[in-house]
Design a protein around this ligand. Structure first.
Ligand SMILES: [Ca+2]
Length: 239
């Protein structure tokens, strides 16, 4: 039986700011490798990349997962970064071919190419991060030329659509500055609802997402990763 104490799932949101964005999910199991038993058929598919990692999978690439109570999903797993087992939720390179200014439903179910740039889908991120007894850590990897900065949040959670996919973040660690939960003149992103060009849920008089990508805007942003240009993370600005 799965118990709260010995199973901790970490969600990593990698942000390669400025040049590459990569969001990843990681699951940590303190008893990994011990007393392993084959899962029953209904659990044949891992619920995330960290579960796949625990089953001995070590190759970066595409995997089929099935979050508890959720649909089958194809995800990109990063099995190398920071211990491996990360589910990548977003990636945005400097010269992304994607149009990030997309509709609510497009963001809801994701877009792009899992081997390249993409948004995994607000609904799917919600489903993964809201599994019972699961805690996820988000790692934003921000790559600027050859330097990589990171911002980690433990915990990371996206609530359901009735809350407009409100972002919930725990404590910050890293060297990229805390652009999501520390206050700036634009406000914090923690506890903000998701907005898109056709759904204004932000704190601004206008729609922050007008002609821009979907994001957990406040008034408007200290960080913005879903964008065609000017990927932004606090003071790191891609111009
Ligand atoms: Ca507004």
């Amino acid at each position: 039986a799965r118990s709260f104490g010995d199973k901790i799932q970490l969600f990593h949101l990698y942000v390669f700011l400025l040049h590459i964005l990569l969001l990843t999910v990681y699951q940590y199991n303190s008893s990994s490798g011990k007393n392993w038993e084959p899962p029953p058929p209904t659990n044949f598919y891992p619920r995330d990349c960290s579960a796949a990692y625990q089953r001995g999978r070590r190759q970066n690439g595409l995997y089929v997962i099935r979050p508890k109570g959720g649909p089958f999903l194809v995800v990109y797993c990063d099995m190398e970064t920071d211990g491996g087992g990360w589910t990548v939720l977003q990636r945005n390179t400097h010269n992304s071919y994607l149009t990030w200014s997309a509709s609510w439903t497009t963001y809801q179910y994701g877009f792009g190419n899992l081997m390249d740039d993409y948004w995994f889908g607000s609904e799917y991120i919600h489903i993964i991060t809201n599994a019972k007894h699961a805690f996820y850590k988000a790692k934003f990897l921000l790559k600027n030329n050859n330097k990589i900065y990171e911002a980690n949040y433990y915990t990371f959670n996206v609530a359901d659509e009735s809350t407009n996919y409100t972002l919930r973040l725990g404590s910050y660690s890293g060297n990229a500055t805390d652009a999501l939960t520390s206050h700036s003149k634009f406000g914090i992103h923690d506890n903000m609802m998701f907005s898109t060009k056709d759904r204004d849920n932000d704190k601004s008089d206008k729609n922050c997402a007008d002609n821009r990508g979907g994001w957990w805007y406040n008034n408007c942003e200290s960080a913005l990763l879903n964008t065609d240009s000017n990927i932004k993370w606090s003071t790191y600005q891609d111009c």
